[in-house]
Ligand binder design. Structure first.
Ligand SMILES: [Zn+2]
Length: 245
């Protein structure tokens, strides 16, 4: 586990933004979205999984950054806060790894590498804290060529239901992004949280901050709201489908 963590950190340093970022806390939107939100099915409410949300990066770790200098961490957090509200009013029990701009490493740990390792361990501990959970990690993507855009889902192989969750989410993103033809992808060990989660888990790469048009969209409250609703629909469809229980 420790060696894997070291490997993860090394990979993350090489790959930059895809795995590390930081979050700037943002005020919750006052918009009331409840009219557009389908309620979670109540007939099996007692069996509803807890929804565990992770806003990638935070604190000293900003993740990737747009050409305009906007870090991924704050966009991830804004989307998480909106998604949490939508899920909560729909009847789901929601837990989050962070709701402010911070790393969640244990107190008293010195040094960025050790703090990052502790932070990731704590996120994973929350993902694995329930045997009946659906876990979502929210990130933004980056690539050297700015032409690439569109959301892509990465899923864990450790729980066989992760693939169906990823398909459900990717299908919803095709409604938001009609020209998105991306396929879901199995995550490797470098995506530590996704790989080692024992519940159905998807890392949602909402879009590319390296694409100027998409980065500008992702930095608006309106589009963040749409992304949150898209992720909600993907989660809700997955849970309501009897085949996924
Ligand atoms: Zn990231």
């Amino acid at each position: 586990m420790k060696n894997l963590r070291k490997k993860f950190i090394a990979s993350a340093v090489m790959l930059g933004c895809a795995f590390f970022a930081v979050g700037a806390a943002a005020a919750l939107s006052e918009k009331n979205n409840s009219a557009a939100i389908p309620a979670a099915i109540t007939s099996f409410k007692e069996d509803l999984p807890v929804i565990i949300l992770d806003a990638g990066h935070g604190g000293f770790d900003g993740g990737c950054t747009s050409a305009e200098g906007v870090p991924e961490k704050g966009i991830n957090l804004n989307i998480l806060l909106r998604l949490r509200d939508i899920l909560t009013v729909s009847g789901y029990n929601v837990q989050v790894t962070r709701d402010t701009d911070r790393s969640i490493h244990d107190d008293g740990i010195e040094g960025i590498a050790k703090q990052k390792s502790s932070d990731m361990d704590n996120r994973l501990a929350l993902f694995n804290s329930s045997s009946n959970a659906v876990c979502i990690s929210i990130h933004q993507n980056q690539f050297t060529d700015p032409i690439y855009h569109g959301a892509q889902m990465f899923y864990s192989s450790s729980n066989k239901r992760s693939e169906a969750l990823a398909q459900s989410l990717q299908s919803q993103f095709r409604k938001l992004q009609p020209d998105n033809s991306r396929e879901i992808k199995l995550c490797g060990k470098e995506l530590f949280l996704c790989y080692f989660s024992e519940n159905p888990t998807v890392m949602v790469e909402c879009g590319f901050l390296s694409n100027p048009e998409e980065a500008a969209l992702l930095n608006t409250e309106d589009y963040q709201e749409k992304v949150a609703l898209t992720i909600f629909s993907g989660i809700n469809d997955f849970i309501q489908n009897k085949n996924n229980r």
